[in-house]
Design a protein around this ligand. Structure first.
Ligand code: 4AD
Ligand code: MG
Length: 459
């Protein structure tokens, strides 16, 4: 008999005989009858299996441990228990893989910190089942949003010679030296000559996306990016996924509009398609989450300039750990103040000082600021970073010299300003920051299947 997913069983229209397979979430053994909650990850809820002693291998099955894997055939019947429509009257059951009581996910509440230490098993818990289902659904929504708007998906390289952001946070790429295979003692010689130049893992697909935008007009990337950022915060990972749209014939206002439409679409998609998981986050992770998301779906996003933001921060009654003055980078405490105390919602901050932003951002007429935009949201802080790009060859070259970016490495990038240059803009949205916002999860490590942070790359 073909397998029925538990989600389909739970939503069945009528009584029928089915086969389900999954992992035991909990088991309750009684004299007359035993109950097992079986989950296969297809939905948040588990299916209640009802086992009666007439079952041929009742003794064996009713003793099965939490975490064991079962294959079961039975009849879906209406459940007398509250909170569930169906239960499965088991007719045949087979243990595919038993689990003894050393299984770490016993039926009690575990801390997220503990669950991180068993990242290979945490997908079988309620919280992480919900997180990773949402991650999958929202990945689909990213493509849906851009494809419906006629954007072309471009896969930019993971190995690259360019440090797009110029922050010096690249991981270097090398090969095992074939002429000097690993020695007995494990010492390894690394060879960095494979590509004929020093390469690393990409920090952003933007530069290559710009090339495609000047051929296909509207493009986006969605892929992994890497930063050797030695900051142990709850919002930074060494490997994270970024969505980077790049649009030709667009200025900063168009860019903000796209960012706003995109975030609103993602939140609306989650509200419409992930109700069961969102209800869990709303009850157990962040009270009022659904109200907050519904408000954001309707909200008008505010926009202020960096200079206005600095003025607001200087006027603030509270004192900050990092002092504010025009020219400083905004710290997360400043971002939180603006989004949580002043605007109580998302806010775009535009036109940052050129000295704290990357070389490719378009210089404003004041010669001091660039056409940058960051979108800040409550709790998570910066969720989007983007800009209008410098399309004027001479201005860009001067900026590269000023920032110490060697022109000889980026002739290909300059070429699109030499031939058929056009105004264009784009941004990067950190997928994990979006997931943190939408699920209420507090730590970026808890929205990535196998998080990479300083000192952690085990699983
Ligand atoms: O602001 P960032 O550094 O911008 C860029 O990389 C541009 N090249 C994007 C572009 O214009 N195409 O990063 C963009 C976003 C941030 O706003 C944040 O959401 C996320 O990427 N991000 C991180 N997320 C998790 N861990 C990190 N270490 C992150 N660094 C940036
Ligand atoms: Mg940024």
């Amino acid at each position: 008999m073909t397998r029925t997913r538990i989600m389909q069983a739970i939503n069945a229209e009528q009584e029928r005989t089915i086969c389900v397979k999954g992992w035991v979430r909990s088991a309750r053994r009684g004299k007359e009858v035993s109950f097992i909650a079986l989950n296969d990850g297809s939905c948040f809820d588990s299916l209640q299996l009802v086992l009666s002693p007439e079952l041929e291998n009742y003794n064996e099955i009713s003793k099965v441990g939490t975490g064991a894997c079962l294959s079961v055939v039975g009849k879906l019947i209406e459940s007398p228990a509250a909170g569930q429509k169906w239960e499965l009257q088991v007719e045949e059951a087979k243990i595919l893989g038993d689990a003894d009581d050393s299984y770490p996910l016993q039926k009690k509440r575990h801390s997220f910190e503990f669950l991180r230490s068993i990242a290979h098993l945490r997908p079988r818990s309620n919280s992480f089942g919900a997180v990773f289902r949402m991650r999958s659904q929202l990945s689909y929504a990213v493509h849906k949003f851009y494809q419906e708007r006629g954007f072309m998906y471009v896969q930019t390289p993971i190995i690259t010679a360019n440090d797009c952001e110029g922050a010096g946070e690249m991981f270097r790429v090398s090969t095992l030296d074939a002429d000097n295979p690993p020695k007995q003692n494990g010492a390894v010689d690394w060879n960095e000559d494979f590509f004929g130049e020093r390469t690393g893992l990409t920090v952003s697909g933007q530069l290559q996306a710009e090339l495609f935008a000047t051929a296909f007009s509207d493009v986006y990337t969605f892929g992994p990016t890497f930063r050797a950022e030695n900051s142990n915060t709850s919002r930074h990972a060494a490997e994270f996924w970024m969505i980077e749209p790049e649009i030709a014939f667009a200025d900063l206002a168009d860019n903000c509009q796209l960012g706003e439409d995109f975030l609103r679409y993602m939140v609306t998609y989650a509200l419409d398609n992930c109700q069961e998981d969102l209800n869990f986050f709303n009850q157990r992770i962040e009270k009022g989450l659904i109200d907050k998301l519904e408000a954001l779906a309707k909200a008008e996003f505010k926009t202020i300039t960096y200079s206005e933001a600095v003025e607001l921060l200087l006027k603030a009654k509270q004192t900050f750990e990092f002092a504010v003055e025009w020219g400083c980078d905004l710290q997360s405490e400043h971002e939180r103040y603006l989004t949580e105390q002043v605007f109580n919602g998302p806010v775009f901050v535009t036109d940052y000082p050129k000295n704290i932003k990357a070389f490719y951002m378009r210089l404003n007429d004041d010669n001091k600021t660039v056409a940058a935009m960051d979108l800040l949201v409550p709790r998570v802080g910066e969720i989007i970073g983007g800009s209008q790009r410098e399309e004027r060859l001479d201005v860009l070259q001067a900026r590269m010299d000023e920032c110490g970016v060697p022109q000889e490495h980026l002739q290909w990038y300059l070429d699109i300003r030499r031939w058929g240059s056009c105004p264009h803009a784009g941004f990067g949205l950190g997928f994990e920051r979006l997931l943190m916002y939408v699920t209420g999860m507090e730590n970026i490590r808890d929205v990535i299947p196998f998080p990479r942070t300083p000192g952690h790359a085990k699983f």
